[in-house]
Each structure stands twice: as C-alpha cells, then as structure tokens.
Ligand binder design. Structure first.
Ligand SMILES: [Zn+2]
Length: 201
C-alpha cells in the first residue's frame, strides 16, 4: 500500500480540529458516501496561519451555520494542490486548517483528505492511493467513534460504501484491487499499525 506514496507520514497527524455547526446536531448521517466531493466539507484557514500559498475562497460561501464572515477557506477544487503544496513547504496541516463538516459524509471525506495532507504521493495510481487514504480515514473514524457519535451500524455502513467506491475506482482505472474482497478489507481492523492517529477535537 505504501508503495504509492513517496512520503508516507511525512508529517505526523496528531490533531484535527473538527467543528459542526450549532444548527446541525447531531451529525447528519442521511447521505451516502460516494465519489462526489461533499459541498459541506470545508477546510477553514486558522487565523494567522501560513496559508497564503493555498487557493482560497470565502469560507462562509461553503460552510453555513458557523457564523463565519471574513474567514478564508481552502478552495474546494484545491485539495490536490494543498496536498502537494503543504508537502513541498513542509507546512503542518493542523497549523493551517480546521475542518467544517456537518455530515458524516463530509467528515469521512474530510478525514480522507486529511490522510492525503499527511502522506504525499505522486497519485499515478489513483485507486490504490485513494484506498490507502480511505482505510486511514475509516480507522480514524473508528478510533474517535464516541466523540463523533457513530455506532457499529454507522461504521459498518461507511465501510461498505467505501468498499463500493473503491471497487468502482479500480474498475474505472482498469486495475486489479489488491484483494478480491474489498468489503472484507474495509470491515476488518486497519491492516497495519502505521496509521497516523489524530485525536479529533
Ligand atoms: Zn483522495
């Protein structure tokens, strides 16, 4: 798995600040996780952060219910740019962003992107790269299940939907998945003990 990364865990992911808006508690679990980047997933720049090299848009445009006004956020199209630029400049993602994610779908995708931000790869094998990031995201979700407010059924559902998404990516790329049982892979505990583990806060 780590063969698709040129810098696996170049930065230890120790902390991710996640906020949900006061208006949407508990977590919205209604939408299934698919290939589409969630519109309610926003990486908001922390005040005073070294972020001027990143493409930006007004945070309030995407993150509703947070009382945001003049704050900036990473442009939604710029996840890959951020993955490259943070790595190039060795800027710690946790110093730059907090995550706005009012739904389980946005949170899972946010954790997936958070994995990208800490593990750089050339992305020339997208399906395999995405698989690695999804497994880390799912592991982070499991570790923080109580804080996030997800139960066994939610985790099972997320694992199943991520497996389906992964299958779709390998098919689209015309590549064989590393296992014929992607459902089993996602349902099982994280395959290695090398995942960077942020306590969500
Ligand atoms: Zn990705």
């Amino acid at each position: 798995m780590e063969s698709v990364f040129d810098a696996w865990a170049w930065c230890a992911s120790d902390q991710l600040e996640w906020r949900s808006p006061a208006t949407s508690r508990p977590l919205d679990k209604s939408t299934m996780i698919d290939a589409q980047n969630p519109g309610d997933l926003v990486f908001v720049f922390k005040e005073g952060a070294d972020s001027t090299f990143l493409p930006r848009e007004l945070a309030s445009f995407h993150a509703k219910g947070y009382g945001l006004e003049e704050e900036w956020a990473l442009a939604p199209y710029a996840i890959d740019d951020a993955t490259d630029l943070l790595y190039e400049r060795r800027v710690r993602p946790g110093d730059v962003f907090w995550l706005a994610a009012p739904s389980l779908r946005a949170l899972v995708w946010g954790l997936h992107d958070w994995a990208h931000f800490h593990n750089h790869g050339p992305f020339d094998e997208p399906a395999l790269t995405e698989l690695a990031c999804d497994l880390v995201a799912l592991e982070w979700l499991r570790i923080n299940r109580e804080l996030v407010g997800v139960d066994d059924a939610d985790l099972k559902r997320v694992a199943h939907e991520l497996a389906a998404l992964s299958r779709f990516r390998f098919e689209a790329e015309g590549k064989r998945a590393p296992t014929d049982d992607l459902d089993g892979l996602f349902a099982a505990p994280y395959p290695e003990d090398t995942s960077p583990r942020p306590p969500a806060s």
